[in-house]
Ligand binder design. Structure first.
Ligand code: SF4
Ligand code: SF4
Length: 434
């Protein structure tokens, strides 16, 4: 591959050189923990990336498979004493894998073309699909098919995927949230709210709860009904140019100069949204604004902790045992660990029970549970065992992928536990629903 088209060869070499091979990251890496093979560790993967940058290795299928075996959980970044920017390396490595075309086959090309290049490039298409799925579920066709035994005739993998199909919400965010929601008291801040892509279909109620909590805490909230995907799915799956296009569109739709903050409640999106300046560093029209954008993007927990949380009145409410699973892209990607606990502790009747290995990936990792089902299932079972050990009634977590994954895991294990975003618990407490 020529230097002109190689993502790793073009990457700032100082990023590539940061790793000093100390191995401190190895015990925190779920894939290395599972296999004990150096190649499956952060250090091993960085060595492969550097070999390509140094022209000692071609981007082979083995290289590409390795980059897709990595969860992108970023636990290695938290552990690394040298400050290696694995997030950046990982995105460029996956882009290199795609540019090399070593993984291409007709089925993969079709799926990627349909999802990344078509469905998620215009969310009106995703909404249309969501409405069809909602009809399929509301008319009872899904229940009928599940009970009829037809699924038994399908290949095992398809049956597993069908079981993971999320419940589509009866209303999407635009039906639940006004384009402009005034602060409930004096306006202290003017913020924009990103409703997300999958989040909008599966957890639009969390978006509504987020707006309710924001207005209760003095924010006027701007929520345009038509939004676009933030591009995190594209950047994490090697579609660098598409991710850049979506970043430009986001900046155009939410001019960072006009808001005190741009709020997201999805950890995976937030982690990506805060790095538009990397994506658009070479774009003279957007580079400067992208820096301001990065500063304005705030995860909802981070923002609430910063502006102060009005404590809800929960007089007489029964104690609620809650445990907290940390989404990788919140704790490792954004280093946000204390603030979600602050949100939960603001609710007087919540008793927070710490989850063992709360920072260990649940196996969701974007679409990892679809493309690497075995590893994802092992991680999920480990997570569910820990959840069970807490005896909690509720698992709180701040990312739609984690919410779905943990929900599926608890359901499979027959665990009677509710999965909720911390902001939903806070919104319910404001409403007196506890
Ligand atoms: S991102 Fe996660 S899976 Fe990938 S190397 Fe780092 S710790 Fe391991
Ligand atoms: S901890 Fe950091 S410097 Fe050490 S091997 Fe891992 S990535 Fe390299």
């Amino acid at each position: 591959m020529s230097v002109a088209t190689s993502h790793l060869k073009n990457l700032d070499y100082s990023v590539m050189q940061q790793c000093m091979h100390c191995g401190m990251c190895l015990p925190t890496c779920p894939t290395y923990d599972a296999t004990k093979i150096e190649r499956n560790s952060p250090r091993g993967r960085i060595a492969l990336m550097r070999a390509i940058a140094d022209d000692r290795l071609e981007a082979t299928k083995t290289f590409a498979d390795e980059m897709y075996f990595c969860l992108g959980c970023l636990a290695c970044m938290t552990a690394c004493p040298a400050g290696v920017n694995y997030a950046e390396l990982f995105e460029h490595a996956r882009a290199e894998a795609e540019r090399s075309r070593v993984l291409e086959n007709p089925k993969r090309n079709l799926i990627r073309g349909f999802t990344l290049r078509w469905l998620f490039m215009d969310l009106s298409r995703l909404h249309l699909l969501g409405r069809v799925m909602r009809l399929y579920q509301q008319l009872g066709i899904q229940t009928f098919i599940r009970r009829s035994g037809i699924l038994k005739l399908m290949p095992k993998r398809l049956r597993e995927l069908e079981a993971m199909t999320p419940q589509i919400q009866p209303k999407f965010s635009a039906d639940l949230i006004a384009p402009i929601t005034p602060a409930s008291g004096p306006r202290r801040y003017r913020v924009a709210m990103l409703t997300g892509c999958a989040q909008d279909l599966i957890f639009s109620d969390v978006n509504r709860d987020t707006v309710e909590v924001l207005v209760r805490n003095g924010c006027e909230v701007i929520t345009p009904p038509e939004q676009q995907c933030c591009g995190s799915l594209h950047a994490h799956n090697g579609e660098w140019e598409l991710a850049q296009d979506l970043a430009r569109k986001s900046i155009d739709q939410f001019p960072p100069e006009e808001f005190d903050a741009i709020i997201t409640n999805a950890a995976g999106c937030g982690s990506h949204l805060k790095h538009y300046s990397h994506l658009l560093a070479d774009d003279p029209r957007y580079a400067k604004r992208a820096h301001l954008w990065d500063e304005k993007v705030k995860d909802i927990h981070e923002w609430l902790a910063k502006i102060g949380i009005e404590a809800p009145r929960v007089n007489g409410a029964a104690p609620l045992n809650v445990t907290y699973h940390e989404a990788c892209h919140l704790c490792h990607g954004q280093k946000i660990t204390a603030q979600p606990r602050q949100v939960l502790r603001a609710i007087e009747n919540v008793q927070l029970i710490e989850l063992p290995e709360s920072m260990w990936c649940c196996g969701s990792a974007g679409i990892y549970n679809i493309i690497q089902p075995e590893m994802a299932t092992d991680l999920l079972e480990r997570k569910v065992k820990h959840i069970q050990s807490t005896g909690a009634q509720v698992v709180a977590t701040g990312n739609p992928g984690c919410m779905l994954q943990v929900l599926n895991g608890c359901r499979t294990a027959g665990l009677d536990v509710r999965i909720a975003h911390p902001v939903t618990l806070l919104a319910e407490a404001y409403r007196g629903d506890h």
